[in-house]
Design a protein around this ligand. Structure first.
Ligand SMILES: Cc1cc2nc3c(=O)[nH]c(=O)nc-3n(C[C@H](O)[C@H](O)[C@H](O)COP(=O)(O)OP(=O)(O)OC[C@H]3O[C@@H](n4cnc5c(N)ncnc54)[C@H](O)[C@@H]3O)c2cc1C
Length: 267
């Protein structure tokens, strides 16, 4: 690991200024991804700006049928939050299957969404629920946030402060996990809302994506059988040591059916 400056700001404007001062600086949240990256010398930032001391960017609240989760809220806190469990149980369930207890105790929702690992769980929940990413500078709809393979709409000095999730009528998440890391080989989040159905897939490709064909079928009949015959095109999906593209395509339908069954309370 190379040496770097370490800052602990107490206010968001101060954190943004510190990031702007040194172009090669990075926000630090739970460090679950960033610290190993530094240790392996895959990144060598001049400075880390620790978000841990910032006020008002941790915890869960609700109002107007929206659940707001602060960026520094850990996966364990989301998984155990009575508010999230009652309003969007599928999101609490998603958080509860991220990594292992150590990862869930340190890793944060803001860090996960900013990192946009193609096999991460939260991007499926964020896109599947049509959430809004709130940053130090603006609000970004999930549709316009994820650019694929660790790329997002975030600008270099922009900090995620919270994520706003509209409360769905019902939702479910199912993932086929890699046995060692528990990252998603394929994960599917399905949400039934007053305006339609959303299906978001993680793990299968270079970034999270929606499946309009399944969304249309589920809007007509919200039941696993409605999508049982839908086959996803394997072209462009990921092939790696865990699964080839054809198997991943198959898993999308299997996981989507399980997610719908979960949303119906039948799984
Ligand atoms: C062994 C292991 C298993 C894992 N398994 C899973 C899994 O099954 N599913 C899954 O989804 N994830 C998994 N993860 C990743 C985990 O969820 C991490 O929490 C996540 O990758 C990053 O969150 P973090 O808070 O640790 O962020 P950090 O590592 O601190 O930061 C990650 C990146 O995001 C940036 N960043 C952090 N916070 C913000 C912010 N608020 N605004 C802007 N940029 C920010 C940082 O600069 C950095 O570039 C696993 C990790 C490990 C080590």
């Amino acid at each position: 690991m190379r040496s770097f400056a370490y800052h602990q700001p107490n206010a968001i404007p101060e954190a943004v200024s510190l990031l702007a001062e040194q172009p090669e600086s990075r926000p630090l949240a739970g460090g679950m991804t960033l610290i190993p990256t530094l240790k392996q010398r895959l990144a060598a930032p001049a400075a880390l700006v620790d978000l841990a001391g910032l006020p008002d960017i941790k915890g869960c609240s609700n109002g107007n049928a929206v659940v707001t989760i602060g960026a520094m809220t850990t996966h364990a806190e989301v998984a155990s939050s009575p508010l999230v469990k009652s309003q969007i149980p599928a999101l609490a369930a998603l958080a509860s299957v991220i990594g292992d207890p150590a990862v869930r105790d340190r890793g944060t929702i803001g860090g996960s969404v900013a990192n946009n690992d193609p096999a991460a769980d939260y991007p499926a929940g964020v896109l599947g629920l049509g959430a809004t990413i709130v940053t130090s500078a603006r609000e970004i709809a999930a549709e316009n946030f994820f650019f694929g393979l660790f790329e997002t709409a975030l600008k270099p000095n922009e900090i995620i402060t919270a994520i706003r999730f509209p409360v769905p009528l019902s939702a479910g998440y199912a993932k086929f996990k890699a046995p060692a890391s528990r990252y998603a080989v394929v994960g599917v989040f399905v949400a039934k809302t007053a305006t339609g159905v959303r299906v978001a897939v993680t793990g299968a490709g270079s970034g999270v994506f929606r499946v309009p064909q399944m969304e249309r079928a589920l809007a007509e009949a919200f039941d696993p059988t409605a999508i049982a015959a839908i086959k996803i095109d394997a072209e462009g999906l990921t092939s790696d040591i865990h699964a080839d593209a054809g198997y991943r395509a198959h898993l999308v339908t299997v996981m989507a059916k399980r997610a719908v069954a979960t949303a119906l309370g039948a799984a």
